[in-house]
Design a protein around this ligand. Structure first.
Ligand code: PMT
Length: 407
């Protein structure tokens, strides 16, 4: 990232202290980092810390013009290859959404024409407040990219979503975004990703589903997008906000997902099936709410179509990546699924491990090809896990295409 200039905007939340680690990692990655701090950020961490780490002057005041040859906020906005606001408070996000410019950071943001990336950090109730959701949507529509906060211990005492994404993940994400067009490994490729859990209805108010939050699939979609792909995300039931910059198709049941995927399959170059799809659905679905009667109720279930297996059977040019969620004998079951469903790669997910699988922000996976284990990854954020999966799949797909072209 040598020669790339980043403006790092630090705003006034407790996560401002992480701005120091973030700044240091950006400098280590080769960026020329210029820090702007809001007045409130200076309550949590000093400009001297950021000046020392960035080896550049830190800006806190719009009127503190140090070079008479330029207007600082315009000069910084013009020089930036990217502006990163991390941590971003609800207040700063609201100012950005409404075009306010009452301090050095908001004024620079308004003058910027480069990509802007925002990593929010705040209390869970603030993050899920309709005003904040609306402001984030508004900014996403204006092509501002968001790096979602993670779930964990918040400074306010809650264990919930709102913690700033890890500095390593933020640096990796913006490095991917800044890759030159030519080196985006999935440029011009169509990638279809499934995420979340399916819903199989018993009656209008009751259903069978699973614990999938969609986080793994959303991380894959965000990384594929940053690698230059045109991404379609077929999503079942999820508890998360999908990434911006991808086409969304919302489905409910395994049958809906099958239809949505099959219709897009012929045009797809790569398909990644991270969704947790129901293996069985109720044979009968009542039109009206089922009445309570008797001490026992026996549900009769029938098999759903295995979408991944169907894709494997109909494969032409597509690079097919499946998932295998297991609680025992990961290697054996994952390899069996890879072969039966004719996948090029399968991501084995031992969901019984702490920090792995459903609903967590982290995962522990093994990736297999037809010859066995290719990579065994430790506990990583789902974003970093997704990066490793996409990088490997993109490389393998490119090698296969090059091999075919060479013949
Ligand atoms: O969404 P998160 O909370 O982030 O959790 C992530 C995850 C645990 C859901 C994800 O990492 C994962 O493991 N996804 C696969 C879940 C699953 O359904 O695994 P499976 O072993 O039952 O299925 C094997 C493969 O076949 C999967 O690619 C699945 O999408 C596919 N399948 C299964 C049944 C079916 N009827 N059709 C399918 O396509």
């Amino acid at each position: 990232m040598k020669g790339k200039t980043i403006i790092l905007g630090i705003t006034g939340g407790i996560a401002a202290y992480k701005g120091a680690a973030l700044c240091s990692k950006l400098v280590q990655a080769g960026f020329d980092v210029h820090v702007i701090m809001t007045e409130n950020a200076c309550q949590f961490i000093t400009p001297l810390t950021l000046q020392t780490l960035s080896r550049n002057l830190v800006y806190t005041d719009t009127f503190d013009e140090r070079d008479p040859a330029v207007v600082s906020h315009i000069d910084l906005a013009d020089r930036a290859d990217l502006i990163l606001v991390a941590p971003a408070t609800a207040n700063t996000i609201a100012k950005m959404a409404n075009g306010l410019a009452d301090d050095m950071l908001s004024t620079t943001l308004l003058a910027a024409t480069c990509p802007i990336v925002v990593a929010p950090a705040m209390n869970v109730h603030m993050y899920s407040h309709p005003a904040v959701i609306r402001n984030i949507q508004l900014l996403a529509e204006r092509n501002v990219r968001f790096i979602a906060p993670e779930t964990g211990q918040l400074a306010c005492g809650y264990v919930a979503k709102g913690r700033l994404a890890e500095p390593e993940s933020i640096v990796a994400s913006i490095s991917d975004m800044l890759r030159e067009g030519a080196s985006k490994p999935l440029l011009g490729k169509k990638v279809l990703i499934t995420a979340g859990g399916t819903v199989e209805r018993l009656d209008p108010v009751r259903y069978l589903t699973n614990d999938s939050s969609g986080k793994m699939g959303f991380a894959l979609a965000a990384i594929a997008r940053d690698y230059g792909a045109e991404v379609t995300l077929v999503m079942g039931r999820t508890s998360e906000r999908p990434p911006d910059g991808v086409s969304l198709v919302r489905v409910e049941s395994a049958q809906d997902m099958l239809k949505a995927v099959l219709v897009r399959y012929p045009q797809s170059d790569m398909v990644i099936k991270s969704a947790a799809v129901a293996d069985y659905r109720p044979v009968m679905r009542a039109d009206k709410k089922m009445k309570k009667s008797g001490d026992r109720l026996v549900l009769e279930l029938e098999k759903t179509t295995d979408i991944l297996q169907t894709l494997g059977e109909q494969k032409t040019k597509q690079y097919l990546v499946g998932f295998a969620a297991e609680t025992e004998e990961l290697d054996r079951y994952a390899m069996d699924k890879l072969q039966r469903k004719q996948c090029d790669l399968i991501v084995g997910n031992d969901v019984s491990q702490e920090g792995a699988g459903f609903n967590s922000d982290t995962n522990i996976i093994r990736i297999y090809d037809k010859d066995g284990i290719v990579e065994s990854l430790p506990l990583l954020s789902k974003l970093e896990t997704a990066r490793r999966i996409i990088a490997l799949a993109a490389e393998r797909m490119a090698n296969r295409e090059a091999g075919k072209a060479g013949r």
